[in-house]
Design a protein around this ligand. Structure first.
Ligand SMILES: NC(=O)C1=CN([C@@H]2O[C@H](COP(=O)(O)OP(=O)(O)OC[C@H]3O[C@@H](n4cnc5c(N)ncnc54)[C@H](OP(=O)(O)O)[C@@H]3O)[C@@H](O)[C@H]2O)[C@H](O)CC1
Ligand SMILES: [K+]
Length: 224
């Protein structure tokens, strides 16, 4: 289906404001925005990389929630999907917790990353999806996120970042010591201003804007 021209590049706060206006002024529940984001991202991944197994890395926030959502839609497309989650569903909140529990109920394989002194061993996969951190996080990476990103970057897979490559500041394009190196970045609602700065393109790869289903009227409010 055709899409209206994408919004101009925005800051993380501006895109988060679109979320809030969509929920408060247009009564679109956050879970609907996440479902739209996840379904749109899954369709894009399946179109760009139609073959092979998929490993989805899910953080503890809504970027991870997108990952759980994508897993279900890729499974529906007949793809072999595995999730590595940074925390169990009962430690998640809000829409991310809902999508994690749906993924669990759907019988999708979910491995919880365990505390360990050893570097994480990720399951082999042809495609890796970074649903670790998005607009709610700024580098440097805390906890085991850096180790997971390093393990993903060491794998020989087609790499997709959700919204923002984990380890990148979406506003400045700054990347910490460890940043997910994506072949494609599926960014929600609008490109992020940081994608055009510094050497961000080394980490974003090709950027695709994914609609989250907010009304044209709202998009126009933010395009003016
Ligand atoms: N309108 C839209 O664009 C939509 C976007 N969606 C997706 O939602 C994320 C934003 O989700 P949010 O939960 O606000 O934030 P994140 O998931 O990016 O990250 C929050 C978690 O990250 C932890 N955190 C924060 N900083 C760090 C760090 N430096 N290192 C490690 N971990 C970090 C944070 O932990 P705390 O302990 O600080 O709470 C959180 O656990 C957006 O990017 C999109 O993917 C919606 O799904 C749809 C609409
Ligand atoms: K990400």
């Amino acid at each position: 289906m055709n899409q209206v021209p994408p919004l101009p590049p925005m800051t993380c706060d501006q895109v988060r404001e679109i979320d809030q206006v969509a929920m408060k002024q247009f009564q679109i529940p956050g879970i609907v925005l996440m479902e739209n984001a996840g379904r749109g991202a899954a369709e894009c991944i399946d179109q760009i990389a139609p073959d092979g197994s998929v490993l989805i890395l899910c953080g503890k926030g809504n970027n991870g929630g997108d990952g759980f959502t994508i897993a279900r839609h890729l499974q529906l497309a007949g793809r072999e999907v595995t999730i590595v989650a940074m925390a169990p569903a009962d430690e998640l909140h809000g829409d991310a917790a809902i999508q994690a529990k749906i993924a669990e109920a759907s019988g999708i394989e979910i491995q919880i990353l365990q505390e360990s002194d050893e570097p994480p061993q990720l399951p082999a996969a042809d495609i890796i999806v970074d649903g670790l951190l998005g607009t709610g996080a700024k580098p440097p990476l805390r906890g085991r996120y850096a180790e997971v990103v390093e393990a993903a970057n060491a794998a020989s897979a087609i790499q997709f970042a959700l919204d923002i490559p984990t380890g990148m500041n979406g506003d400045t394009g700054e990347t910490g010591a460890t940043t997910f190196v994506a072949d494609h970045t599926l960014t929600f609602a609008a490109p992020k201003v940081g994608f055009e700065k510094r050497d961000a393109v080394r980490f974003t790869g090709e950027v695709h804007v994914i609609s989250i289903g907010v009304p044209l009227k709202l998009l126009r409010q933010f395009s003016a």
